[in-house]
Structures are given as structure tokens and as C-alpha cells.
Design a protein. Structure first.
Lengths: 329, 329
DNA sequence: CAAACAATTGGAACCGGTTCTTTTTTAGTA
DNA sequence: TACTAAAAAAGAACCGGTTCCAATTGTTTG
């Protein structure tokens, strides 16, 4: 393997001169040409490890994601990937598999790998996270959840909840069932629900009941089926904290002999492309996941170049009315 | 940032001893304990660049995927990720976005980054690929497509096609419509279809018609709608080359006023979890994507350690009968 | 109990670059 | 032409590890 020392020897100059040539330092046109020739001849490529050992930039960006099997994560990732490609960043994607411990580990690992910055698709930000981020000492950007003192880009979850509620009220519904997830996930578990509730409770004679489930479709399905079979349901509108949960609930409704939207109107949050192809098509709030990814790289680039970025940025979303919601009888 | 020299100083030993401790050389239990304590206290992590500089291994594996927004890709990736995590490999995932040019580029980029090996989720293997792989000169494993002279792990696509066909024949169907994708993708575009056809044509009085579409749901939807509205369809069984295409076709059937499975039986290939929650649930062939990912890492580890691996390995799959298929009238 | 051997440990060199400091060359000016 | 400032090049130190070899310590054996 050809090294910088070989090049220097062949060109009759010092290592440092070759290094300067490679990195755009001051080199006379004459020597420049000499070195250039040798480099071409030998097809020399600098060893990136040796390089990164001393120099600080690697042009790599670490991305920590909570799970791989989620359409929203993938959409964000697609956006990140596209922009990173354009800007010449290499991505190191690590999957924390929903475990806080792994998230923390990944932060350290990536920092050691000398990535220029880390983008973190978060479920929640704990004290431990904050500590690790501080220790890592590199640009850090959080997506999807608000974090104090750390730059973040988030969705307008509260507003999305409100939009669903407004739509439901316009259709004349009064009694609601809301499938939520744990409040640990602030964005999905709290904001969406709070937005929904705040709007619904402005109107008189309305009633909301909550059910808590996990993100998994199986859980949501089981829970929904149990409730529907109990026949204690007087709600006519069922709002679900994610599209996937909505899908599971719709399945449960069908399997318990009722139908959508005739007996129940159902909504989700997310707006995944694939789900617009199911029948009936899901009414949901569309989130700009792809845009979020693109914006993330732009923001990260600024951070790496030590430019100012907003501590918090909120992306707006929009209600998509399809076939799973209809007027209250 | 704490280095190996710091640890050595604090523990009162030489750098080399700490290095030996870290890499499992001969260290007495006493010093082992001493070093262990310091390492824990300081939360020391070796700098991977310095490490890779001298040692040739980086413990990084490059993964090239064709797209991020595909459930099958993600399932494979999950399997890869889990096993890699267990074995102490770090992953560098790059998204080639379905472009051959980027696939080639990624092979070179990863080779430069000194990954120990590359796992390639392929759509097709061209001459250019083969050349790049040869030049890279590192362990290379292809998933999902057969490649001559390069180790690969593939699905039994031909067998899957046969299974679908057998199921259809058992239900008494005679006239078939098959939504395929371009033959460029050998596994999805040729094998599945050939398996299906070979089985169907064993029986007399059967008839198969082909439609070619892309992987995109929109394309499939438009095409299906055009055909269905044309009322030239005498098929009663529609087989689709992927689950997503099946989803789009079902939507088109509904939107053109027919229903599944009453008017048409429909099948896919893939077996994504999310799709088992749609109504009616899709009859499909389940592919062991996750297992494929796990096996990929195991195989890659062997290759990195210069052990023999099979040039071609085929994973079997199984038919899952759900609600979208029924007896022919 | 000393010799012979094995197990540990320390020290220095090295991996392939970058960067700081010093020396040499070149160019500009009086 | 001589002197000075600026540009270019060389040389050495350094980044944070690994690895080879020599030195030390501990153990076994005759």
C-alpha cells in the first residue's frame, strides 16, 4: 500500500509538503505538478484513519434511530440521506432498538468515531442523554422531541391533535375514544392528546375516554378488540395516536362485526404513503417527515460550521381527510 | 478526552500493558483488576482511528441498501443490526437510492473507509458491480440475488411462485392475471413469475396474462385501474409480484366497484407485518427477511476470518393463507 | 537452593497522516 | 547589488493506539 512517505520520496520532497499539497497549503506550481504526477501514477489515496487521528473533521455524521421498522423513521432517514449525499457527508446510521442504554452507548461510540455531529431521532430525552451529549462535546441535533438547551426540530403535535378534533367536531361527533401511547413519549403520548383534548373540551356536551396502548399493532389490536366486544362503547369517533394503531383498530372493528366509517370514524397521525392504499383510506394528519430529514442535515451543517441555529424549530403539518371519517348520525 | 496513556499512568503500568488488557493478551489477575477499575471510573473508550491505523481490522461492516422506504429492506436491516450488535460490529449503512451509479460509488467509498466487509442488498448484479467488487478486494456478500463467483444468500423465489400457483389451483381457479415487475430484477421479476407459471401450466385449461408495472404503488394502482375499468378481465385470480403491488391492486379493485375476494382473489409476496392488519388480510408468501439479515452477519464474520462459506445459500419461505383468496365460483 | 523455563511487564518503535517550527529559496525594494 | 520580507520546503513532534523485543518476576524442577 502506497503511503504519503512513498509519494514524498518519489517526488523528492518532504512528507509535509505532500500533505500541504493534499490539503491546499502553499506549494509552488512546480512541485505541485511533480507531486500531482506521482499521485496519479500510483493511484494514491490517503489513509482516512491516519488522517482522522490528527485532524478533527471526518465529514461523517452519526444518526441514531430508535427503530428500523417504522415508516416515519424511514421517511426521515430518506430526507437525511438525500441531503447528506448532496453535501458530501457520509452517514453512520445506528439503531438503538428503542433501548435507552443503547442510545447512550451509541452517542459515545459515535463520538469516539469522531463524527462531525450527531442527529438523534428521539423518543424522549432523559438526564442521562443530556449528560452523554454534553460529554460527547460535538454538534448534536434532536429530532421529534423538544429538549432544553439542545437544538431540536419538532413536529407540531399539539396542532395536529387540534386539527383532528376540529374535524371531528365539524362532523358532529360528541363522544370520543382516544387510543394514546405512554406519556414517556412526550410528542406522541402527550402533545397529540393534549391538542385533541383542548379543542374538544371547548365544545359543550362532549365526552372523551382514553385507552393507553403500546406502539405495536398487536397490542393495539388486542386492546381494541376487548373494548369493542365489551359493548360498552358509546363513542362514534376513535382517534389513534399513530397510523399503525389506527390500522390495528380498524381491523379490530371489522373483526368485531362493525364497520368503518359507518359505525365508527377513525383517524391516525403520520400520513404514511402505503396507508393511503388501504380501503377505506385513512383520514390522518400528514407529517413532513422527509422535509424534517432534509432540514436536519442543513441545520447540522450550520452547527458544524459553528453558525448560529435556532434552539427549537417547529414544522407544521396538515389534515388529510379520506374515507375513514364521516358525519355523526 | 481520556487516552490509553492516562489509564496507564493512573494504574501505574505501561501503555502496552493496558493495550494487552484491552485486547485479551496475558495480564496477571492483579493488574487486570487495577486497570479494570480505572477504565470503569474514567469511562475510557479506545479511539477507533488510532486503533485501526495499526491494526488492519476496523470492525466496521458496510451495508448498501437499494432504498430506505421498503419494509423488506428494513426487516433485513433489523436482522443485520441485531447480529452485528451482538458480535461487536459497527455498521455503516449507505442508501444507493436504486441507482446503479451510486451503488458502485458506495462500494468504492466503503472500501476506502476500510470496512472489513460489505453486504449488498441487490436488485441486480451487473458487470460494473463485479468489477468494483473485485477492485475493492474485501469480503463481499450479496443478498437477494444470485451472483456468479460472489457469495450470496437468496430467497427461494421460484418456489414461492410455485406455492402461490398451487394454492390458486387448489381453489379451482383457471384464469390468472399476474402483475410482475421488470425482468431486470431477476429474483422478483423473473423467478417468482417463472415459478408461478411453471406450476400453472402443468394443469390443463389454464390461462395466464401478464402486466408489467414498477415497484411503486402509484404505478401499480393506475395500471390496475385502467385494466379493470376496461372490463376485458376474465381472470378470477390476480397474483402480484410484491405485497405493495397487491395492496395497490386491491385498492384499484375496490375503487372500480368490485370486491376482494368475492370477485377477485389477490396474492402478494413478502409477508410484511403491517399488512396483516389490513382488511381483508392479504394471502401472501412470507419471506424470512429478518433471518436473512442475521445469517448475513454470521456469514460475513466467517468471510472476514477467511473461513470457507457457501457460494450460494437459499432460504425457504412459506405460504400464508389469509382472507384475500377464496374458491373460484 | 540454583538453574531453567514460563508468565508478565516495560519500553521503544511504528502505523500514516497533520501541524508547528525552523531553515531555505524566491521575490521585491532601495 | 545588497538587504529584507514573504513564500516554500524541510524536519521533527505528535495523534492514540498496537506490537515486537528485552527485562523482570514468578514457578517448577533436578
Amino acid at each position: 500500500m502506497v503511503t504519503i512517505a512513498d509519494i514524498a520520496k518519489k517526488a523528492g520532497v518532504a512528507k509535509s509538503t505532500v500533505s500541504r499539497y493534499l490539503n491546499g497549503g502553499s506549494v509552488s506550481p512546480k512541485t505541485k505538478k511533480k507531486i500531482e504526477k506521482i499521485v496519479e501514477e500510483t493511484d494514491y489515496r490517503p489513509n482516512s484513519f491516519a488522517r482522522s487521528l490528527k485532524a478533527s473533521r471526518t465529514n461523517m455524521i452519526g444518526v441514531i434511530i430508535p427503530r428500523l421498522d417504522s415508516p416515519s423513521t424511514n421517511a426521515v432517514l430518506s430526507g437525511i440521506d438525500l441531503k447528506a449525499q448532496k453535501k458530501g457527508f457520509q452517514l453512520i446510521i445506528t439503531n438503538a432498538n428503542q433501548q435507552e442504554k443503547r442510545e447512550i452507548e451509541d452517542i459515545y461510540t459515535l463520538a469516539k468515531q469522531k463524527v462531525d455531529g450527531i442527529i438523534f431521532l428521539a423518543k424522549q430525552i432523559t438526564e442521562k442523554h443530556a449528560e452523554a451529549i454534553k460529554k460527547a462535546g460535538i454538534p448534536f441535533l434532536v429530532l421529534g422531541q423538544e429538549a432544553k438547551h439542545i437544538p431540536s426540530i419538532i413536529h407540531d403535535d399539539y396542532g395536529a391533535g387540534q386539527q383532528i378534533a376540529q374535524h371531528a367536531l365539524e362532523l358532529g361527533h360528541k363522544k370520543f375514544l382516544y387510543f394514546t401511547v405512554s406519556g414517556e413519549d412526550k410528542a406522541v403520548g402527550q402533545e397529540r392528546r393534549n391538542g385533541f383534548y383542548s379543542e374538544v373540551s371547548k365544545k359543550e356536551n362532549t365526552k372523551v375516554e382514553w385507552v393507553e396502548t403500546s406502539f405495536h399493532m398487536n397490542d393495539a389490536y388486542e386492546k381494541a378488540l376487548a373494548i369493542l366486544k365489551g359493548s360498552e362503547v358509546d363513542a362514534t369517533f376513535i382517534a389513534c395516536a399513530t397510523d399503525n394503531i389506527a390500522l390495528a383498530v380498524i381491523k379490530a372493528i371489522h373483526d368485531s362485526g362493525s364497520s368503518v366509517p359507518t359505525d365508527f370514524s377513525v383517524t391516525g397521525f403520520g400520513g404514511y404513503e402505503a396507508l393511503s392504499f388501504i380501503s377505506p383510506a385513512l383520514t390522518t394528519v400528514h407529517y413532513p417527515y422527509f422535509d424534517l430529514g432534509e432540514l436536519a442535515i442543513q441545520t447540522m451543517e450550520k452547527m458544524i460550521n459553528k453558525k448560529e441555529v435556532a434552539l427549537k424549530r417547529t414544522l407544521s403539518n396538515r389534515l388529510i381527510i379520506k374515507e375513514t371519517t364521516t358525519k355523526s348520525k
